[in-house]
Design a protein around this ligand. Structure first.
Ligand code: FAD
Length: 412
C-alpha cells in the first residue's frame, strides 16, 4: 500500500489541495488525465485568471447561487483574504479591480498555474500525468483502490477534484460523477450555469458588439428575477457577456417562461431622456432620424432601435411625432429579447449540479458514508456568480479536504 493521499484531478481544487496536504506533512500523489496540469485554470478570466474576490466570507456566500449554506465552513475557514495571501506567498503578486475581482498583477493566468505547480514540486508532491482514474473502490481495511483500467493504486485517503463537464477539452468530462455513482453516492442533475443565452431574435448583425453600463433584467410572471448594471455582449446566436452569464444562474425554470430586457440608458430617468430626445430632434430637424440620434447608441444598434420603434430610417428628425418619440424612448429603456435555450453545457463557465451536498460533511468535504473519501471543487453541487467566486469555491473546498485527509493519513 501507498501511504500517500491520492488526489484525482490537477485543476484548481486538486492542485490547491495537493499543496495544502503536503504542507501539512502528508505525502501526496496527484493523478491528472491530461499531459499538463491546470488547463482550465490557464484559460480563466480570459487568460488573466480572476483568482478570488476581495470580499468578506459573508459577501462571498451571498454570491454563491447554489447551496451557499453548505459552504459556510469553507468560506470562514479559508476566506477570500486567505486565498489572496496564499497566492502572494507562492510568489504571485495580486491586484484588485472593479467589483473586487482579484487578478495576478502580470494579468497572466499561466503565472497562477506555474506557481501551484512549483509549490507542489517544492513540497514533494508526486504528479502522475496522463493517468485517467476511472474507478475508486473502498476496501474493508478503510483504504481505497484506484484504477485507470490498466493499473491499480491503493491509498488510505482520496480527494476527487475532477471538475464539471464544461469546456471538456480541458479534461473536465464529468468522470467524478461516474466514480461517485458507482459508489452509491447521489449526484444531482447537471445543467449549464454562467452560460450564453440563445434568443428568438436574430442577433447576427450585432455579433461582437459589447454594451457597457447598461442594465440587463430578466422577468418571469411579472416579477423581475435579475436586474444588474454592467457589461454584455451580442453573439451570432444571442446574448453573452458578464451580465448575461450571471443572469443565466437565475433562470432555472422552463426558459420559455422568462423574458429579458436591456435598459440602454439606465442612468437617465424617462422624463430626462425624453427632454434630451426633444432637444436632439429639434436641433437636428433637417437630418435623417438615424443621423440625428447617432450619439445616443452604438452605430450597429441605431437602425434596429428605430425599426423596433416603428420609425422609418428615412424620416427626418423634425417629422418625428410625439407618439414615435415615446415609442423610441420605450425601446431605449426596454430593449427586449426572448430566450429560447441556453448554449450547450460544454460552453458553460460552470456546471451546476453534481455531488449531492447532503452526502458530504461540510466541515471536511468527506463523504459521510465513506470516511477517507473527499470531493472538492466544481464536481460538488455548488456554484456562484462570476467575479472570482467559483475559484474561491475550488480553493477553499480543496483546502478543507486536504486538511482533513492529511489528519486522517497522518494519524493512520
Ligand atoms: C472559460 C472559463 C473561464 C473561467 N474564468 C473564471 C474566473 O476568472 N474566475 C473564477 O472564479 N472561475 C472561473 N471559471 C470557473 C473555474 O475555472 C472553475 O470553477 C474551476 O476551474 C473548477 O476547478 P476544479 O479544480 O474543480 O475543476 P477543473 O479546473 O475543471 O479541474 C479538473 C481537473 O481534473 C482532471 N480530471 C478530470 N477527470 C479526471 C480523471 N478521471 N482522472 C484524472 N484527472 C481527471 C481534468 O483534466 C482537470 O485538470 C472559468 C471557467 C471557464 C470555462
Amino acid at each position: 500500500m501507498n501511504d500517500s493521499i491520492a488526489i484525482i484531478g490537477g485543476g484548481a481544487a486538486g492542485m490547491a489541495a495537493a499543496v495544502k496536504a503536503a504542507w501539512s506533512g502528508a505525502s501526496v500523489t496527484l493523478y491528472e488525465r491530461q499531459d499538463k496540469l491546470g488547463r482550465k485554470l490557464g484559460i480563466t478570466g480570459k487568460g488573466r485568471c480572476n483568482v478570488t474576490n476581495d470580499c468578506s466570507p459573508k459577501e462571498f456566500l451571498a454570491c454563491v447561487t447554489k447551496n451557499d449554506k453548505f459552504l459556510y465552513s469553507a468560506a470562514f475557514r479559508h476566506t477570500p483574504a486567505d486565498i489572496y495571501a496564499f497566492f502572494e506567498t507562492l510568489g504571485v503578486p495580486l491586484k484588485t479591480e472593479r467589483g473586487g475581482r482579484v487578478f495576478p498583477v502580470s494579468d497572466r493566468a499561466g503565472d497562477v498555474v506555474f506557481a501551484l505547480r512549483r509549490a507542489m514540486q517544492d513540497a514533494g508532491v508526486k504528479v502522475l500525468t496522463g493517468r485517467r482514474i476511472r474507478s475508486v473502490k473502498p476496501c474493508d481495511d478503510g483504504t481505497f483502490i484506484l484504477s485507470d483500467g490498466r493499473e491499480s493504486f491503493v491509498h488510505p485517503a482520496v480527494i476527487v477534484a475532477t471538475g464539471g463537464v464544461s469546456y471538456p477539452l480541458t479534461g473536465s468530462t464529468g468522470d467524478g460523477y461516474a466514480i461517485a455513482e458507482k459508489l452509491g453516492i447521489r449526484v444531482t442533475d447537471r445543467i449549464p450555469s454562467l452560460i450564453p443565452i440563445v434568443t428568438a431574435e436574430d442577433t447576427s448583425s450585432l455579433a461582437g458588439l459589447t454594451l457597457k453600463n447598461v442594465t440587463f433584467s430578466v422577468i418571469r410572471g411579472g416579477k423581475t428575477v435579475f436586474s444588474e448594471m454592467g457589461e454584455m455582449l451580442f453573439t451570432h446566436s444571442g446574448l453573452s457577456g458578464p451580465l448575461v452569464l450571471s443572469a443565466s444562474c437565475h433562470m432555472r425554470e422552463d426558459i420559455s417562461t422568462y423574458s429579458m430586457e436591456i435598459d440602454l440608458k439606465p442612468a437617465i430617468p424617462d422624463g430626462e431622456l425624453d427632454e434630451r430626445l426633444i432637444k436632439i430632434l429639434t436641433e437636428n430637424a433637417a437630418k435623417d432620424f438615424i443621423n440625428a440620434t447617432s450619439r445616443l447608441l452604438p452605430q450597429k444598434l441605431l437602425p434596429l432601435a428605430a425599426e423596433r420603434a416603428g420609425i422609418s430610417e428615412r424620416i427626418k428628425a423634425g417629422e418625428v411625432t410625439r407618439e414615435m418619440r415615446h415609442r423610441y424612448l420605450h425601446v431605449l429603456k426596454h430593449f427586449s429579447y426572448t430566450p429560447t435555450e441556453f448554449r450547450p453545457i460544454d460552453e458553460a463557465i460552470i456546471t451546476s449540479g453534481g455531488i449531492d451536498v447532503k452526502e458530504i460533511d461540510p466541515r471536511t468535504m468527506e463523504v459521510k458514508k465513506l470516511p477517507g473519501l473527499y470531493f472538492a471543487g466544481e464536481v460538488l453541487d455548488v456554484d456562484a456568480y462570476t467575479g472570482g467566486y467559483n475559484l474561491q469555491i475550488a480553493f477553499s473546498t480543496g483546502f478543507l479536504a486536504a486538511e482533513a485527509a492529511a489528519e486522517r493519513v497522518m494519524g493512520y
